[in-house]
Design a protein around this ligand. Structure first.
Ligand SMILES: Cc1cc2nc3c(=O)[nH]c(=O)nc-3n(C[C@H](O)[C@H](O)[C@H](O)COP(=O)(O)O)c2cc1C
Length: 457
């Protein structure tokens, strides 16, 4: 059988993820494997139509596609998303129809599930036979268990192609609607109380719903709101994954992005991201912003800010997008003031919600409010804490300093009082008499301190 490997790593052949595919090739050598470095060559692929069509004709004549990609900022690299956009914009989706597909990623398991759900949706839209995904930790292949798992996964994929299994689709085709949002007058102007409010957008179309939502949001305030369009910033390309920023947060690109981020985004109190969804995600341009923000590494630089999203497009048909909106803010201890979408198809509803969002953002910002993190934030922050302290420390010097200075290494094993307490109780509970009484009382004792607080405040 013949497989086309679409490599999503901006590092090309030297990436980690592609080694997983090479390993499969080594163990299943009786097939043809054709490799294309998509992300590292995206500019050439975009401008060189011969190369683009060579890739497509290889895909057409293949039995299956292996999408092999690193997880970048909760999804896949912006350059890979650009390739997916090109397929649709140039109406070449038919080349993928009926082909078998699988997705292999490597990451540190921070929102790898969102990346895989997105890629599953991409394959379903292209009418491919999506078999399975393999989300490896970066270094899994270095141990026996990791290699055994990879072989079992590969075998299952190859057998599925051979047997021509017909998998069920997880995502139904997106239903677009041509709803046109009519912005109402913002009569009750909000006093922004000297808050620095910015809107970051990627829209080029002044007559789009998202442009009108931006206008309506800006007009909610009596004072000024800064509109920052990513197309006005000189951004030479997507993150290349070189990791030079790990030392001191300086990006290897000599363009305007870092300055833009430091001087416009970081000083803001309220940041509104306004975007139109395209092909199952935000646009590759918008994603480039989030990937390039990686020069700040794993420092939670949205901490204490109010963040909101204005989204045009069928958000509610892409459930994983909510994990992106919520998770990307929560792990940083920013507060998600709200998300307003136009897919309700009701202008009154959108006007009301934009006005409410504008009001809440100012109230929350003034109160310094940040809602408690859910699993999305708590879990995400713990992954970064552990890895910045542990296996990633040798690369991410700046992170390590930041985490130390801001007391983010809050491991349970640093809490000496609770360690002593636990050791004593564990010892005592070995006695059946103590254990019996202990577990009898725990129901009421657990809230004893809470009840005390209630009396006091
Ligand atoms: C810009 C950037 C963003 C990243 N975002 C994530 C992420 O959201 N979640 C995660 O688990 N790993 C993330 N990573 C780590 C990569 O997924 C990981 O290093 C991967 O193994 C790299 O694969 P490659 O060598 O094939 O490019 C990110 C790395 C970079 C450079």
């Amino acid at each position: 059988m013949r497989f086309i490997i679409l490599n999503g790593s901006p590092k090309g052949d030297t990436g980690v993820t592609i080694q997983y595919v090479k390993f499969i090739q080594k163990h299943y050598p009786h097939h043809d494997y054709v490799y294309y470095n998509i992300s590292s060559r995206i500019k050439t692929i975009e401008s060189n139509s011969k190369l683009f069509h060579n890739i497509l004709s290889d895909i057409k004549s293949s039995d299956g596609i292996i999408w092999a990609t690193p997880v970048y900022t909760l999804f896949v690299p912006a350059q890979y998303m650009k390739f997916i956009e090109l397929i649709h914009e140039r109406n070449e989706g038919h080349c993928f129809k009926g082909k078998y597909a699988t997705v292999i990623s490597t990451s540190i398991h921070f929102y790898d599930h969102t990346a895989h759900r997105y890629m599953n949706a991409v394959c379903d839209d292209l009418d491919m036979n999506y078999i399975d995904y393999f989300s490896a930790g970066m270094d899994d292949i270095l141990n026996n268990t990791g290699r055994t798992r990879l072989r079992t996964f590969a075998e299952n994929f190859l057998n599925s192609v051979k047997k021509k299994v017909k998998p069920q689709k997880r995502y139904k085709p997106v239903k677009e609607n041509n709803f046109r949002f009519i912005p109402g007058d913002a009569i009750d102007k909000i006093n922004g109380r000297d808050k620095k409010i910015i809107i970051v957008t990627d829209t080029k179309n002044h007559n789009s719903n998202i442009a009108r939502m931006i206008k309506r949001f800006s007009e909610s305030f009596s004072g000024s709101v800064d509109l920052l369009n990513l197309w006005d910033v000189t951004i030479k390309g997507g993150c290349t994954g070189c990791l030079k920023c790990g030392y001191d947060n300086s990006c290897m690109y000599k363009d305007s992005f870092s300055d833009f981020y430091r001087s416009k985004v970081l000083p803001a109190d309220i940041v509104v991201f306004a975007t139109e969804l395209s092909h199952r995600n935000v646009s590759s341009k918008f994603k480039e912003f989030f990937d390039r923000r990686f020069f700040m590494n794993h420092a939670p630089d949205m901490r204490g800010k109010q963040i909101a999203f204005l989204v045009s497009g069928p958000t509610s048909q892409m459930p994983y997008m909510y994990d992106f909106f919520e998770g990307s803010i929560e792990w940083q201890n920013g507060n998600l003031s709200g998300i307003v979408r136009d897919d309700t198809g009701d202008s009154d509803d959108i006007n009301r919600n934009i006005q409410h969002l504008a009001e809440s953002a100012v109230i929350f910002s003034t109160a310094g409010y940040c809602r408690p993190q859910t699993f999305l934030g708590v879990g995400g922050a713990k992954i970064f804490r552990d890895d910045v302290w542990g296996k990633l420390r040798f690369v991410f010097h700046a992170d390590y300093k930041y985490y130390k200075k801001n007391k983010l290494f809050d491991f349970p094993h640093n809490k000496y009082q609770s360690r002593v307490f636990n050791s004593i109780i564990r010892l005592l509970t070995k006695s059946p008499r103590f254990r019996h009484k202990f577990y009898e009382k725990i129901k009421t004792e657990q809230s004893k301190s809470h009840r005390k607080i209630m009396k006091k405040y």
